[in-house]
Design a protein around this ligand. Sequence first.
Ligand code: URA
Length: 267
Amino acid sequence: MEWYVEAGVDILLEDTPIDRFSELPPPPRKKPAQISAHSPAERLAKKAEDIPRPAPIVKAQATMPDGSAVALAKDIAAKANTLEELKQAIAGFDGCNLKRTAKSLVFSDGNPNAKIMLIGEAPGKDEDIQGLPFVGPVGQLLDRQLAAIGLNRETSYITNVIPWRPPGNRTPTPQETEICRPFIERQIELINPDVILLLGGASAKTLLKTNDGIMQLRGKWAEIETEKTKVKAMSTLHPAYLLRQPAHKRLVWQDLLDVKQKLSKSV
Ligand code: URA
């Protein structure tokens, strides 16, 4: 088990193994060329054709095409008038395959009336187990960072772009991100904070709609624009990255001081 976990195989999808190859349609058969009508080879080929083959398995839980999933996500997100309605809408949404492998919907933590909203990429293993964002070692570092500028989970609101843990912590695909975008954008509208802190490149690129890297984006104020609101946003390095590269903490410290100053000016 430990060997599997270390290899990234840390979730169980089904109770019994599935032979995915049996889902493939049988390969087209070639008629043997230039064989006389009565040759043994032709009789053999004819016999093989008569052997019944299992019908291809049609998966009951096939996911929706990405375009319709995005349209549905937009529709249900727009109809949510409160955070609770949005949470329920996401919980009932079946258009994102990440939901099938995640244990929990990781919606948010903290104070919905906070002036600051923090947005990470996607939940990890600890978050999936507890159903709350940033609760593992990465979250503990985030808590210390917040404390350093006089904030905590009662004075901030914390969430992720993607509300379900990608299996094995893999990077969410661009399609999965686009399917989940309406949910995070609606969440921003409903919280309508004074300031957003984008944690890491994935979150910054998605919400600022840019391909620039985090080293270019961090330390600069930008604006997140949704259909109904505009919010000032600072991008910074992800705390998971800082656990691996602690020397970069000084960059994040500069960004946090900037955020603190902006918050002190907001009414
Ligand atoms: N990393 C994230 O981006 N979000 C979490 O909730 C935890 C780790």
